[in-house]
Design a protein around this ligand. Structure first.
Ligand SMILES: [Zn+2]
Length: 114
């Protein structure tokens, strides 16, 4: 039985209830209830799950690692400095390989490859 969800995804797609594997900041929260867009695949977690994730993340003091840094320049590339405490937390070091994912117009995700 599919429950109708009264609102739509920002892309205009329909949302369907589903279970998704949730992982934030490298912490695995297992399979959770979410609404998944049938068009673009965006996942919307329910409020309880979001609260639980937030609490868990705060407990681990990960939010405390947030930093504002300014962008500098090297040749034609822009350079974002990673503060030492974040580098240590992520296990990232000089000459690490990272993958950059622009996830939104104002958001860049960095995945440590090696
Ligand atoms: Zn969508």
């Amino acid at each position: 039985m599919n429950k109708e969800i009264p609102y739509k995804c920002s892309c205009g797609g329909e949302l369907k209830k589903s279970k998704v594997e949730v992982e934030f900041f490298g912490i695995n929260f297992g399979l959770r209830d979410a609404e998944v867009c049938t068009l673009c695949g965006s996942e919307y977690l329910d409020q309880d799950t979001m609260k639980e994730i937030e609490a868990e993340v705060k407990k681990k003091n990960i939010f405390g690692l947030e930093r504002k840094v300014s962008v500098t320049k090297s040749g034609n590339s822009l350079v974002i400095r990673i503060p030492p405490e974040i580098a240590e937390f992520l296990g990232i070091h000089y000459k690490s390989i990272v993958q950059l994912f622009p996830v939104d117009k104002d958001k860049l995700e960095v995945k440590i490859v090696s």
